[in-house]
Design a binder for this molecule. Sequence first.
Ligand code: SER
Length: 315
Amino acid sequence: MSSKILIIGACGQIGSELTYKLRALHGDDNVIASDISYNNLDIVNSGIFEIVDAMDYKSVKVCIEKHNVDTVYLMAAMLSATGEKYPMKAWDLNMTSLFHVLDLAKAKFIKKVFWPSSIAVFGPTTPKEDTPQYTTMEPSTVYGITKQVGERWCEYYNEKYDVDVRSIRYPGIISWKTLPGGGTTDYAVEIYHEALKNKEYDCFLSKDTALPMLYMDDAIKATVDIMSADADAIKIRSSYNLAGISFTPEEIAASIKKHIPEFKISYTPDFRQQIANSWPQSIDDTMAQKHWNWKHSFDLEAITEEMLKQLKPKY
Ligand code: SER
């Protein structure tokens, strides 16, 4: 029998593209997309779709039993910027949903779990350049706290209860199909939309704020690769550092100007500047390279070319 997959949070930026990719790999009938509402009609109409509330254990369990699911990708979360506005909601959603899925795996309703962590697990006391896998982690956002604690729980469930949970610390993800929502790295997607629409962008981070980023195709490839690797190869059961590229708003603007010379960028840093300042500027992902052969493909110029090409027809 082929594996049955449930994606929780399938309407979101990463969940939606993961749904398309997993359907292409495993067949439409084997991939169940779910979210709390019908807020992405492309996904809702693209195949099997269920309303699942990740905060409600029964809602998750019923869906898993109904479809004989054995693998869950838990992509529902409140990100860094929104989390600072609603700290307790972020804590509740990010932790409760994780415990539901880990407990369902512990009780053997499912066999395998993917749960994304983030560069937000790092904080102001973490070394900023080539941030190592194992280092000081004192996150200063609620989102980062939930991801750091979540990593500890993933490792704990793996060691104590033999739960096959796998995780990646995603950097900022750049993509054109579904907009990101509520993150600090969202500027690197908004900038392409505004460049095409208005030929100008007012950035909420300062021009020299370097952050680690990754193109969606690379992020999806990493997710598929870590999930299809042999269990023995996954030696880190908290979460893997993952690097792609690093750039500043000034550098992304320069790469856009090569295609749209009249593009103008201005800078009005807001509360998200402080979040960005607390995160690494670049990441050392040697462990992911060694353990499951990770390698990124898209550099900044390739991302800009692809983003402008894909978004152009929309404007
Ligand atoms: N993209 C996320 C955020 O900005 C980081 O994981 O919150």
